[in-house]
Design a protein around this ligand. Sequence first.
Ligand code: XMP
Ligand code: MG
Length: 175
Amino acid sequence: MTSLQKVLVTKTELQQRVQELGADISRDYEGKELVLIGILKGAAVFMADLMREITLPIGMDYMSVSSYGASSTSSGVITVKKDIDTDIRGKHVLLVEDMIDTGLTLQHLKQLFALREAASVRICTILSKPSRRLADIPIDYCGIEIPDEFVVGYGLDYAEQFRNLPEVWIVQTGE
Ligand code: XMP
Ligand code: MG
């Protein structure tokens, strides 16, 4: 049985933080060639909101990686399931995530984009669980820090359910 427990982050709080992040990004990347790369599927909702808060011309693309497989513990190994089509050589890449947990996925992706000779690679996430961190990576744009609870909504799923909820919920999984 899976049941929604309570709202952890409201729609209004999400909107507020997305606006602030968009303003910060717009200020920091003024005059630079910026490409947002959303990590599917979770970041699709945040990405759509964030890009509309950025007041600069931007490129955008999506990529899909698997690090978790079927379970919810990080394997530390990522496989690129769908790559970007954009040539990012010499461009400023901003990786857009729904959640940074151990940080292992983003650590691998940062290395990948450095190898591809992006001019810079930064990270933007709407949610972060700092208490779960294993990889020491800087999060350049962090939306909201949350405790170590399994959450769904605003793009995040449990077994592909709940991605369309407009707020972030704590979910109770198991029997
Ligand atoms: P890392 O590599 O930072 O992985 O451990 C981050 C990815 O883990 C998933 N994740 C969650 N997904 N609710 C979810 O629906 C959660 O509470 C949660 N915590 C981590 C998510 O896919 C994220 O991109
Ligand atoms: Mg994800």
